[in-house]
Write a protein that binds this ligand. Structure first.
Ligand SMILES: O=C(O)CCC(=O)C(=O)O
Ligand SMILES: [Fe+2]
Length: 312
């Protein structure tokens, strides 16, 4: 069972829980994020309206430089299996402080509803930064490193907000092998923050990489008048590199649930540091320094490498 952390609580209690969740499961629920259910409902409604547009209207905005539309079976997250049966739309070049992004790269429906996306970006980013600095403090990273990591949010990043639709496969023939909604993978960036909806489950984790898959159920808000459902957060490869494998970038996938009759919509923010950020291991008494850092690539180079594999 995943832990739930309330980020509106004092730092001391959060830090311990965060260290445990990030090193044992790599996934957790986060509440106290301050994002209203009304805003979450609005952003899901926007995503649904977009995906229901005619295909040519969507392919006009086909993905380029990790921004835009990905059609069914275009992407493949697990290189050993088949293509992912999903559609997606990415917003990029997001200003991490304001949530703004270049409007003119996107179809009219997103230009007209700009505020919804911008506000969501801004609030999500605020939670991401809070979690990140709690983690640095929990790891007792030295002040100089903490200071230098502040820069990793200040400038051009590859952070992306992604709308996803996994269509139901009621009408699709078994032989098409469309049971993979998102193949097994780890996330490439710093962390990912996910909204999912009630009754549209399918996300699963393989915490110990032993092919034992655990489901991540939808968790409702305990006080919907105050804030929306908890976010599902997971840590990406970059945090694993910085901590020389102490923090887990856990393998996960999305499968078709038994009913097969329901679409799944999810919304994920993939948080990335400034592109030039080094991925070398940090110094901390918790981090093992007996081996070399796992990669010498910087954040931008590493993302490019992973994207090449995904869109082969
Ligand atoms: O839709 C989901 O629940 C997760 C998707 C995911 O893991 C991804 O796109 O990286
Ligand atoms: Fe993922």
């Amino acid at each position: 069972m995943l832990q739930t952390i309330d980020v509106s609580q004092p730092s001391k209690s959060i830090k311990e829980q965060l260290l445990k969740a990030s090193t044992e499961q790599g996934f957790l629920y986060v509440k106290g994020h301050g994002i209203s259910q009304e805003l979450i409902d609005k952003i899901f409604a926007l995503s649904k309206s977009f995906f229901s547009l005619e295909e040519p209207l969507k392919t006009k905005y086909a993905i380029k430089d990790n921004i835009g539309y990905t059609s069914l079976s275009q992407e493949q997250l697990d290189i050993k299996k088949s293509k992912d049966y999903k559609e997606a739309y990415n917003f990029g070049k997001i200003n991490c402080n304001t949530g703004d992004f270049p409007k003119d790269l996107h179809p009219a429906i997103f230009q007209q509803n700009y505020k919804i996306v911008q506000e969501t970006n801004k609030l999500l980013y605020c939670v991401a930064q809070k979690l990140f600095f709690h983690l640095l403090s929990a790891l007792e990273i030295d002040e100089a490193t903490i200071d230098s990591q502040k820069d990793c949010f200040d400038g051009e990043t590859n952070t992306v907000l992604r709308f996803l639709k996994y269509p139901n496969i009621r009408d699709v023939k078994e032989s098409l092998n469309n049971d993979i909604r998102a193949g097994a993978h780890t996330d490439y960036g710093l962390m990912a923050m996910l909204f999912q909806q009630k009754g549209q489950e399918g996300l699963q984790l393989d915490i110990n990489d032993n092919d034992e898959w655990v489901s991540v159920p939808y968790m409702p808000s305990d006080n919907p008048d105050i804030e929306g459902a908890p976010l599902v957060i997971n840590f990406g490869d970059m945090l694993q590199f910085w901590t020389n494998d102490l923090i887990k970038s856990t393998t996960h996938r999305v499968v078709v649930p038994e009913t097969r009759f329901k679409d799944r919509y999810s919304i994920v923010c993939f948080v990335h540091p400034v592109i030039e950020t080094s991925l070398r291991a940090w110094k901390s008494k918790y981090i093992n320094h007996s081996s070399e850092s796992i990669t010498s690539l910087n954040a931008g180079e590493y993302l490019l490498k992973r994207l090449k594999e995904t869109y082969k």
